[in-house]
Design a protein around this ligand. Structure first.
Ligand SMILES: O=C(O)CCC(=O)C(=O)O
Ligand SMILES: [Fe+2]
Length: 343
């Protein structure tokens, strides 16, 4: 069993003309192992411009520094609505979304299910070209950069679907119908304010992601200072939490675990809070996630060749077919603080 988050180059799929079939086979084999044994990987060769990431981060940081009234003016309705928008502190408890995906053992189960100390901004779903028309515009602080970032992430998503198809022995267009006419994709920034009170514990509860691939840019400070906390991944032994440092990190969500009948893992992860009194505790933390998944009406069902795989359900289909939109709404609703869970 791998006991760390592996690094995979997706370059042979992003720049196919510069690479041979054997380069692609080697990358796909590493990807298969990463997704089967950890459910997380660092990716290189993704082609995303460092400058875009830096400017987007600065823009989101500026937005979260603004006064409450400015942030509130970008609240566009309930969390999870296609319009996206701002969500304030104390409104979600992500650990409430756990539903049998991933494994939760050890200290994972003893976590409180209290609200996470996080505020967030969800960029509107849909193509950036629509953001200013049918959907409310994003705040000026990051509007242009978010659109550019979204377009670059869409390319990365194509590369991830291709490496995945190769890893599973499927045709390179296998996933296309699920993502056509357009995938469900959105950029989300999460801001964890400085911890003024001695607090410790978690900044974001243990959970699995809901849909397809998440491409995450954690905070630069994750794991860099003693006691600084940050993103942690629960390994297959169900007891060890491996830290994830600054990089693009990709993980699969529940729908890919279901499609592969458990061959690939939708892995439990959380954000550990810094140790009380440390320098890290006096600083905020900002992460940027690109969540992707099949379009809302796509029916997600087990890939036929995965039904019999020994690493998964071993001949039994573990999940019933479900539309991607219904699954996503069910998970999002479960996280609402004060809402009736399972209603
Ligand atoms: O803030 C982070 O680094 C991770 C957040 C996360 O896991 C999520 O948004 O699903
Ligand atoms: Fe997550």
């Amino acid at each position: 069993m791998l006991d760390f988050v592996p690094v995979v180059s997706i370059r042979p799929f992003m720049s196919p003309h510069e690479h041979s079939d054997s380069d692609r086979a080697a990358s796909a084999a590493t990807w298969d192992r990463a997704m089967s044994e950890v459910g997380f990987a660092f990716i290189t060769g993704h082609g995303v411009e460092g400058e875009t990431v830096r400017k987007l981060r600065d823009g989101f940081a500026a937005f979260f520094r603004r006064e409450a009234a400015h942030k509130e003016s970008y609240r566009h309705g309930p969390y999870g609505s296609p319009l996206g928008g701002f969500e304030g502190l104390g409104e979600q408890a992500v650990a409430l979304s756990t539903d049998g995906h991933g494994v939760l053992n050890g200290d994972g189960v003893s976590q409180t299910r209290a609200a996470d100390p996080v505020e967030s901004y969800v960029c509107s779903r849909g193509e950036p070209a629509e953001w200013g028309r049918s959907l409310p515009a994003q705040p000026n602080e990051f509007q242009a950069m978010a659109a550019s970032y979204h377009r670059q992430m869409r390319r990365v998503l194509d590369g991830l679907n291709q490496i995945s198809a190769a890893a599973l022995g499927l045709s390179c267009t296998y996933f296309d119908p699920l993502f056509s006419p357009s995938p469900t994709c959105f950029v989300v920034a999460k801001h964890y304010p400085p911890q003024r009170q001695p607090q410790g514990g978690l900044r974001y509860g243990a959970h699995t992601d809901y849909g397809g691939f998440t491409v995450l840019k954690p905070d630069d400070s994750d794991g860099s200072l003693p006691g600084s906390g940050g993103l942690e991944v629960l390994l297959k032994d169900g007891a060890t939490w491996a830290p994830v440092e600054d990089a693009f990190v990709v993980n699969i969500g529940d729908l890919y675990e279901d499609m592969t009948n458990g061959r690939w893992m939708s892995t439990v992860h959380r954000v550990r809070a810094p140790e009380p009194g440390t320098e890290a505790a006096s600083q905020g933390r900002l992460s940027i996630a690109f969540f992707s998944g099949p379009h809302d009406d796509a029916v997600v069902e087990t890939i036929p060749s995965c039904v019999d795989c020994a690493a998964g359900g071993g001949g039994v289909r573990l999940r019933q077919p479900i539309t991607a939109g219904e699954h996503l709404q069910r998970k999002i609703l479960a996280t609402r603080v004060g809402a009736t869970v399972g209603a």
